[in-house]
Design a protein around this ligand. Structure first.
Ligand SMILES: *Cc1c(COP(=O)(O)O)cnc(C)c1O
Length: 362
């Protein structure tokens, strides 16, 4: 606290990212990064940048990358906005499209950055509880009364559960008067994208990232797809904040990545195969595992506290994510799908913990 702080800074509750410690031999399954290296083409494209290029500012419109993204999705460049990670794109969407008098609706169990942005921009929110089985109930959004927008991840995080495209469309059809943001950070691991609905629903904004499926969390590239009017709103906020959110290396690397769809397909298959195996391994050890369409699973053991298991795994140099709140998910572990060897190491560590420890008092 300082008397130099603005009033808004006193009132902020910043998001706490998953830890990124420097520990040798750490098995890092806590922030949903890809365990495999990105396509070789990414580094080649970055290396091809010369110091003469770096002397100059990057393209403020990111025209070439936006055209590549548009081609990838069968859309037009005016339907694409790019930002420094999808977190930045989300922040601009809150400011540009979701800040209205009525409350923003989002699931009670969801990406915990949403309430942080809402606070930063002074947006009232309303939590809509997930069903008992942790699925999103579209009717609850349609019956909530007026709203200033709706946002949810699909697949949801941290549950990993996907909403079928028909349900997303039912939400759009029933909610024409405010923006619906579908955060598709994990869509490449098995869910259906809403990008196909963009020409039909002018209130739909789909947000994607290269951090998860494309193995480029360190490059910081995210983007939004939507009607040109929505994209223009994002660009107006961006150009009131930072004209060059993507540097030349990120622009070149991201465009090269999108050109290697073979890499994407292979990596997706490796991750989903490991997900099936890890799910079976956890279930065999008594865990309840929610049906995941993401590159992580959300699992709880009926006899062990989530916080305790996460701490004990950490002592064994395995990091997973556990959320103390809401209470309903406190006993779940969110475990990123690692390599087969990392998944095996996790299961072996759980064997020692679950066999050795008496059930925690609950
Ligand atoms: C990881 C994640 C993001 C942010 O990704 P960036 O690295 O900022 O592109 C956004 N939404 C959800 C739900 C995520 O899990």
């Amino acid at each position: 606290m300082s008397r130099y702080w603005s009033r808004i800074v006193h009132e902020l509750t910043p998001y706490v990212p998953g830890e990124q410690p420097k520990i040798d031999g750490l098995i890092k399954l806590n922030t949903n990064e890809c365990p495999y290296a990105p396509s070789d083409r990414v580094l080649q494209a970055i290396a091809a940048q010369t110091s003469a290029d770096l002397r100059l500012y990057p393209d403020p419109q990111a025209s070439s990358l936006r055209a590549a993204i548009a081609r990838f999705h069968g859309l037009r460049p005016e339907q694409v906005f790019v930002g420094n990670g999808s977190d930045e794109v989300l922040a601009h969407a809150f400011m540009a499209l979701l800040r209205h008098d009525a409350p923003l609706l989002h699931p009670d169990i969801s990406y915990s950055f949403y309430p942080v942005y809402a606070r930063l921009y002074g947006i009232a929110t309303r939590d809509i509880p997930l069903r008992a089985d942790f699925s999103i109930a579209v009717d609850d959004y349609l019956q909530a009364g007026g709203n200033g927008g709706i946002i949810f991840p699909n697949p949801n995080a941290p549950t990993g559960m996907a909403l079928p495209l028909a349900e997303v469309e039912r939400l759009l059809a029933g909610n024409p008067d405010s923006v619906v943001v579908v955060d598709e950070a994990y869509v490449d691991f098995g869910a259906q994208t809403a990008a196909s609905l963009i020409d039909q629903y002018p209130q739909l904004l789909v947000i994607r990232t290269l951090s998860k499926a494309w193995a480029l969390a360190g490059l910081r590239v995210g983007y939004a797809l939507g009607h040109p009017d929505l994209i223009e709103a994002l660009a107006r906020v961006k150009d009131s904040f930072n004209s060059y959110p993507l540097d030349r290396l990120a622009l070149a690397g991201a465009e090269a990545a999108l050109g290697d769809t073979v890499w994407l397909q292979q990596t997706r298959e490796r991750i989903t195969r490991s997900r099936t195996q890890l799910t079976a391994g956890l279930q065999a050890r008594g865990f309840e595992v929610l049906p995941s369409q993401a590159n992580f699973v959300f699992a709880r053991h009926p006899a062990h506290s989530g916080a305790q298991l996460a701490a004990q795994l950490r002592e064994r140099r395995i990091l997973v994510r556990q959320f103390a709140r809401p209470q309903r998910i406190a006993d779940f572990l969110r475990i990123t799908i690692g390599t087969p060897a990392q998944c095996d190491a996790l299961l072996a560590a759980l064997d020692t913990l679950i066999a050795a420890q008496p059930p925690a008092a609950r």
